[in-house]
Design a protein around this ligand. Structure first.
Ligand code: KPL
Length: 293
């Protein structure tokens, strides 16, 4: 069997990967606390199954894992990797699963081993100490920001697909990360500020501000030469709002749980890009000030 994978971060994505991959790929889930209890997965079809996954702390990480899936929130990645680097081989491949476009270029530049980024539309949320609810099926794209490590991306995508998480290697991961960031920027801060589900943004009280955010995001994307989605930015974002109308977005979940939000990872790169291109973005500036951090 291939060298075990480590999953760093026992939140929703980490648990989803661990439960889905268990029995197919040797692995361990690194969290704040070790546990001998099984992970309980509820599938989108409503089936529940238990998965005996080793749940360990960082100090018990294996020296030579096959790779590490980093599933912590964006702001926790660098501290977690600094600590992990003391326990694992320096050239271990990483897969970064974060939202936004902040930590990915930095880790790709600084980590000695291969680094892939993952953009996923899988939906999941944690349920108590041991539960993970796979709320909706999606697709995961994997690629390297410098266009390298295609064979690694293909092999990880294949393993994920076999585990019920359809994966595809791609050569445009930068564009995909920015596209997800654009959607997150239009939805997450607003729903976190107003504590509403995604569909609440269709309300006439919120629609004009969402439209203004999309317009500024589109201007920044054009300046960054990020190709727009086929449907155009507005139709694309409103389509996601419609499709996820009943969701509590990740930033709202963070606010409700009293956790730090991904404000910097999502709005920070847009503000920086706007400044780089000399663009005025008053709507995004106000949004950034209003968004809980
Ligand atoms: O990705 C999401 C998130 O919650 O972070 C969206 C697309 C907003 C769906 O809820």
């Amino acid at each position: 069997m291939a060298a075990p994978w480590l999953i760093l971060g026992a939140g929703s994505l980490g648990r989803l990967l661990a439960a889905r991959l268990s029995g197919r790929q040797a692995l361990a889930l690194i969290g704040r606390r070790a546990s001998v209890r099984a992970l309980n997965l509820t599938t989108p079809e409503g089936r529940t199954t238990d998965h005996a996954v080793p749940r360990i702390v960082m100090a018990d990480a294996l020296y030579r894992p096959g790779l590490v899936h980093v599933t912590t929130k964006s702001h926790a990645v660098e501290t977690a990797l600094e600590e992990l680097a003391g326990h694992i081989a320096a050239d271990t491949p990483l897969v970064l699963w974060q939202n936004g476009f902040q930590v990915q270029p930095r880790v790709t530049r600084d980590w000695l081993g291969p680094v892939l980024c993952a953009v996923t539309s899988e939906g999941a949320y944690v349920d108590g100490e041991d539960g993970i609810v796979h709320a909706g099926h999606g697709t995961t794209h994997l690629g390297n920001l410098d266009g390298e490590h295609a064979a690694l991306a293909t092999s990880v995508a294949r393993t994920l697909s076999a585990a019920g998480l359809p994966g595809r290697a791609c050569d445009d991961i930068r564009r995909r990360l920015w596209h997800k960031l654009a959607v997150n920027a239009a939805i997450n801060p607003m729903v976190a500020i107003h504590r509403i589900r995604n569909g609440g943004l269709r309300d006439p009280a919120h629609r004009p501000r969402v439209a203004a955010i999309i317009a500024e995001v589109a201007t920044v994307m054009a300046a960054e030469r990020i190709e727009p989605p086929q449907a155009g930015w507005s139709a694309h974002v409103w389509g996601v709002i419609e499709a996820t109308a009943g969701n509590r977005a990740s930033m709202l979940q963070d606010v409700l749980a009293g956790r730090p939000t991904e404000r910097e990872a999502i709005l920070g790169p847009l503000r920086e890009a706007a400044a780089r291109h000399g663009l005025e973005t008053p709507v995004l500036e106000t949004l950034w000030r209003d968004t809980p951090s």
